[in-house]
Ligand binder design. Structure first.
Ligand code: C2E
Ligand code: CA
Ligand code: CA
Length: 288
């Protein structure tokens, strides 16, 4: 009873001031489940990131269908829960602050993978996802620079992916981060464009090097003529700002037939390759 009371009180507090919350057993069971996952993630981070791994998904140049790099995506599995989707564990890592050590870990893994891949493809590039929490609560640019130096890689080897929400917050850390990123010569990709606010005004201000069009926007454009027209015009406008476009979530040749008419610079999706391990990428993902 006390535990359920505590849970109710905390839930009400989380929802804001002067709130009440009526206890619901389903919410409580979900809370316990997330707490268990959080404990497992915590133990994994302490034990040298046991259970964490990196998946790489090819990024291709649109004109020649050639992979020029890969996005690194975090994976986690445990004996107790099996494989857990990033959509579930990334928010837990963010809420608990564990994204800071886990983020450092994947920066290192990504750059070490890039270094090895450069033995086969000299200009290979990796992109990494950075959370708002890492920008707010750690010196992530310092971590990135240290790992670039450690791997003896130039800044062009790396693309940093951020979502709009991580940057729109009017905080000095975000401004500092962007300034330092530019100073270091590392490119910025604005991720998940077409979801959230997709604020046009900030595009000019942020001046990302690349805009990644989210799969949901791509899927709508493939199905609906008006959405297609909208995305096509948007691509033209972005190119006028001298920003490159990466269209995500292309799954079939038919989809690509339509998408390539928008003249994107890069593309990413199951058509070019699903996220896979480093060895798999070397074996089958980098055919020229
Ligand atoms: P994201 O950055 O937008 O990553 C792309 C997601 O789309 C990946 O899901 C990828 O598997 C999926 N995808 C790619 N091509 C296709 C396609 O053709 N069709 C479909 N249906 N899906 C496709 P994943 O790996 O589950 O990652 C989900 C999200 O988790 C990522 O979205 C990103 O926001 C977050 N995430 C993953 N790794 C990291 C990380 O290391 N750090 C942070 N901060 N977030 C991460
Ligand atoms: Ca991404
Ligand atoms: Ca994305």
């Amino acid at each position: 009873m006390m535990k359920r009371t505590d849970f109710s009180l905390n839930t009400a507090k989380k929802r804001g001031r002067n709130r009440y919350y009526i206890f619901n057993e389903q919410d409580y069971q979900r809370f316990l489940h997330l707490k268990d996952i959080s404990d497992v993630l915590h133990a994994a981070v302490i034990h040298d990131f046991r259970g964490f791994s990196v998946a790489l998904q090819p990024l291709v140049k649109a004109g020649c269908r050639q992979p020029f790099g890969a996005e690194t995506l975090m994976r986690f599995s445990s004996g107790q829960f099996g494989t857990i989707s990033p959509a579930e564990f990334i928010p837990i890592l963010e809420e608990s602050g564990l994204i800071i050590p886990a983020g450092r870990w994947i920066i290192r893994e990504a750059l070490q993978a890039c270094k090895k891949l450069r033995e086969t493809i000299p200009d290979f590039q990796v992109s990494i996802n950075i959370s708002q929490i890492q920008i707010e609560k750690s010196d992530v640019i310092q971590d990135i620079s240290a790992e670039l130096e450690n791997a003896k890689l130039p800044p062009e080897a790396l693309i940093v992916e951020l979502t709009e929400s991580a940057l729109l917050e009017d905080n000095s850390n975000a401004r500092h981060f962007l300034k330092e990123l530019r100073k270091a010569g590392i490119r910025l990709a604005l991720d998940d464009f077409g979801t959230g606010y997709s604020n046009f005004h900030y595009l000019n201000e942020l001046r990302p090097d690349i805009i990644k069009i989210d799969r949901s926007f791509t899927a709508k454009a493939i199905k609906d003529a008006k959405e297609y027209d909208l995305l096509k015009r948007f691509c033209t406008m972005i190119h006028r700002l001298n920003i490159k476009i990466c269209i995500e979530g292309v799954e079939t040749e038919d989809e690509w037939e339509k998408i390539r008419l928008m003249d994107p610079d890069y593309s990413q999706g199951y058509l070019w390759g699903k996220p896979c391990s480093f060895d798999e990428l070397l074996q089958k993902g980098l055919r020229f």
